[in-house]
Design a protein around this ligand. Structure first.
Ligand code: HEM
Length: 229
């Protein structure tokens, strides 16, 4: 039995599965976000327990985002669409595993003294990865290297866009922490606090809608592999 023959279809199946895992988790998180924002009758401690649970569920989205990268580039490498040999692919998986570990460390240590510093470094890492993805995609669209297939370069460019949307969602969550959330947690929130909290979650939802449109477009580019020009 030639196991290598099963590798590609299994990786592709995992790649598509991750898309479903991502979108499904996002929908649950968004529904729960609005439930928490509307549930003023819940005791403050219960609302904050739900908020903490929401952040735990949000880890599934982050799992999917990171997993998309090595799975996608493994497919691209199999198809000869990226100049990554076995060593390069192994390095990409190792880098993704490191990113995955750091993403979980930031989550696990978010309430620890070093939580804020770790979160700041997580933001900086996102900016670096956005620049790397957008830069290599735009350079590929201009020169044909390192991603000669236009549809794949566009996928990577839109993936940078997805990470920008993720930053926008985080921005509104950070504004909630800087604004109404402490008052809600201490059960002293005013009508203005509650209204601001709902407004921030609505803005975060619009950033998510853009993210979902990008994800569907990325998926369609991968499925259709259109030829441009
Ligand atoms: C930047 C990272 C990504 C890379 C390098 C990448 C690469 C690829 C490649 C090379 C294929 C073609 C596989 C084939 O047809 O045999 C593909 C297909 C696909 N990709 Fe990605 N991808 C990435 C991110 C994503 C993301 C974020 C999603 C959605 C969440 C996604 C969804 C899909 C889907 C749905 C297919 C079609 C699979 C099929 O036809 O069976 N990809 N991707």
């Amino acid at each position: 039995m030639d196991l290598a023959a099963y590798a590609y279809p299994l990786v592709r199946a995992a790649h598509v599965l991750v898309m479903g895992y991502w979108l499904g988790s996002e929908l649950v998180i968004n529904a729960l976000t609005h439930y928490i924002a509307r549930s003023r009758s819940l005791p403050a401690a219960e609302r904050m327990r739900l908020w903490d649970f929401l952040l735990d569920v949000d880890q599934h989205v982050r799992n999917a985002l990171i997993l998309s990268v090595p799975l996608g580039f493994t497919l691209a490498s199999f198809l000869g669409l990226v100049p990554l040999g076995a060593v390069g692919l192994a390095a990409l998986w190792a880098g993704s595993a490191l990113w995955f570990w750091f993403m979980w460390l930031v989550h696990w240590r978010r309430k620890a003294p070093e939580g804020r510093i770790l979160a700041a470094w997580d933001w900086r890492l996102r900016y670096l990865l956005i620049a790397l993805a957008a830069g290599s995609a735009l350079w590929s669209l201009a020169t044909g290297w390192p991603l000669p297939a236009t549809w794949l370069a566009l996928k990577v460019l839109l993936f940078a866009g997805v990470m920008v949307c993720g930053i926008a969602v985080r921005h509104y969550i950070r504004e909630a922490y800087r604004g109404p959330l402490p008052a809600i947690a201490e059960d002293r929130a005013t009508d203005a606090d509650e209204a601001l909290f709902r407004r921030l979650m609505v803005k975060a939802t619009w950033a998510l809608v853009v993210l979902w449109v990008l994800l569907f477009t990325i998926g369609a580019l991968g499925a259709l592999k259109p030829h441009f020009g």
